[in-house]
Design a protein around this ligand. Structure first.
Ligand SMILES: *Cc1c(COP(=O)(O)O)cnc(C)c1O
Length: 574
């Protein structure tokens, strides 16, 4: 078994995989990392090439030796990477030409790359809850109706494909996957009969993470989820998706305030020992988080770099060195860090290129070794999921680049907190530059790039991925194949697509007839006019189910009361 340590080195003990996942963040504020990494030779990686994605995922997960039985890993991977994806490769590589290839990470149930991690994470949580042993049962329900969470009922999730098998497909791997998938689903529902402690996962979202998290957790056993989002401050598509992917046990709360109000409430609730105690004693429930610093989100992301390698080999585009560059549209540094770990375990990645938007703190860091938040207001851009200034997962990269020097990492993170800035030493900077590069793209260049890609390749690319495309053009090298990591479908960002294709700058208003269109109408209009296709997950029929959000005032006491009401209803089987 590989144990976990943390990047700040003050933890007095080590953690198992499921402890690291359930705990999320180390007690000293550091991030969990495995004590050592597995390694694959090229031959070993190549030997997996003919396996379906879920089997590759299982091989990679097992190599990290988690405290989960091999059969459970197989079942879990089959369940996470099954028919909720609209392409059987799960992460298809689309080649624009011989040199530039797009890794499409948006074929999952919410058409965003976060699905790939969030389809697996709840299953890790379930394993962790089982491993942690039994607690009480059915507490918290005043009328004694029992502790079960009903699978049916009024809340039916739009992403609830668990257990349903599409018998119309004939491809062999597909049906094998389906049978493993249903086996997995029945094994899991049996295990849910075991009494154990439960988890309530709190998520504050500015929009995009919400639906992927809801969808992932909508059927998890013994795990409920509350997503807080700012009322009237998310896009119409984001709200529609959250309403469709909510379920009886994964619910949405619209907070009358902004994103910071949501995040503050979540932090205060985590930091409130009395309330945590109430949840434990009344509902046998512990608070958890599912944010992108959780190791359980990173591990699944390593797999798609392995799959990309397989697909590039199959297409015969790798040259003699067999290596390729990757360019990643970056926010919290999770995706690109998974690429770094993929390289560490043996995937022949040469350069990892970090692409930023106008919030270009990482580009500056890659150029200077200095990370500074001074005089940096958060700018809003066409790529909102990258509008981040503190890229939390960078801490793990620094830990690795310093040969795991927790003392240095601790000092830098302390400086970031107190002085809003830190600067790395020369040796670490050289190590950084050996592996990473970075640049950034302005709002208008992002839209121009989307247009250029469409005109040159007849390919619709979303604004986040277009940022990566443009940076790759600047920093790539013609002799090394380039993998653009594409993180969302264009159809989630149709207003930007409309602007790009009609030469309307980011700060110019849309024509009023267009501004009045719903996202579905705008998608249909663009699809028709430019021959684009819309992923099935974003069609009106898939998103027809509606679970209204509970509206709340932004004060923490109201939010707390609503969450407790939610737990009471679950305990009573409502
Ligand atoms: C979350 C997200 C990103 C940023 O990914 P990180 O792992 O946080 O760097 C980029 N693009 C899209 C569409 C996202 O949803």
């Amino acid at each position: 078994m590989i144990q976990y340590t943390d990047t700040r080195g003050l933890s007095s003990r080590s953690y198992s995989f499921t402890e690291a996942v359930l705990t999320g963040l180390a007690p000293d504020g550091g991030l969990f990392v495995p004590k050592h990494l597995p390694h694959f030779s090229l031959e070993e990686l190549q030997a997996m090439q003919s396996l379906p994605y879920h089997a590759v995922a299982a091989r990679i997960f097992k190599a990290f030796q988690p405290n989960i039985a091999d059969e459970a890993i197989d079942a879990l991977c089959a369940q996470a990477y099954g028919q909720q994806f609209d392409d059987e490769r799960i992460v298809p590589v689309h080649s624009l030409n011989n040199h530039t290839h797009v890794l499409e990470l948006w074929h999952g149930p919410t058409s965003a790359f976060k699905d790939i991690a969030l389809q697996a994470l709840p299953l890790f949580f379930e394993e962790g809850i089982k491993a942690n042993g039994a607690g009480g049962t059915g507490a918290g329900c005043a009328d004694g109706a029992g502790g079960g969470v009903s699978a049916g009922g009024a809340w039916i999730s739009a992403c609830g494909t668990s257990g349903s098998i599409d018998t119309s497909t004939s491809a062999q791997t597909r049906s094998q996957a389906a049978s493993l998938h249903s086996q997995a689903a029945s094994q899991r529902s049996q295990s849910s009969a075991q009494a154990g402690s439960k988890r309530l996962i709190l998520v504050a979202t500015s929009g995009d993470t919400g639906s992927a998290a809801l969808c992932g957790f909508s059927h998890a056993h013994n795990i409920s989820m509350a997503v807080l989002y700012p009322h009237q401050h998310v896009s119409e598509m984001q709200r529609t998706q959250m309403q469709a992917h909510a379920s009886n046990q994964a619910r949405i709360f619209a907070v009358r305030g902004n994103f910071d109000d949501c995040q503050r409430a979540v932090k205060e609730l985590f930091g409130n020992p009395e309330w945590n105690h109430t949840l434990q004693s009344h509902y046998n429930t512990y608070l958890s988080s599912a944010n992108s610093i959780n190791w359980g989100r990173l591990l699944p992301q390593i797999v798609y770099y392995v799959s990309a390698y397989h697909q590039l080999r199959e297409q015969g585009v790798l040259q003699e060195c067999g290596c390729f560059d990757v360019c990643v549209p970056t926010g919290n540094f999770g995706n690109i860090l998974a690429g770094y770990y993929a390289k560490q375990i043996g995937v022949p990645i040469r350069l990892l290129i970090c692409a930023s938007n106008e919030n270009n703190v990482l580009a500056q860091f890659m150029a200077t070794g200095s990370y500074s938040l001074e005089k940096r207001p958060l700018v809003s851009t066409p790529s909102p999921s990258m509008d981040i200034l503190v890229s939390s997962n960078l801490e793990r990269a620094l830990f690795e680049l310093t040969q795991r020097n927790a003392r240095l990492v601790r000092a830098w993170m302390a400086a970031l907190k107190t002085k809003q800035a830190f600067k790395i030493d020369r040796t670490t900077f050289d190590a950084l530059r050996d592996t990473f590069a970075g640049d950034w793209v302005s709002n208008d260049d992002c839209l121009r790039t989307m247009k250029h890609i469409f005109e040159t390749y007849r390919y619709a690319m979303d604004p986040h991925s277009a940022v990566a495309f443009e940076v790759a053009q600047r920093l790539g090298d013609s002799s090394t194949p380039m993998l653009i990591v594409s993180t969302a479908s264009w159809a989630k960002f149709s207003a930007s697509m409309y602007r790009a294709l009609h030469n309307i700058a980011n700060d110019q208003p849309l024509p009023s007839a267009i501004a009045q269109c719903s996202s579905f109408q705008l998608n249909a209009l663009l699809a028709e006019k430019f021959g684009l296709s819309i992923p099935p997950a974003l069609t009106q029929e898939r998103l027809a189910t509606t679970h209204a959000a509970v509206q709340l005032d932004r004060n923490t006491a109201d939010i707390q009361a609503a969450l407790e009401q939610f737990q009471r209803e679950l305990a009573c089987g409502k």
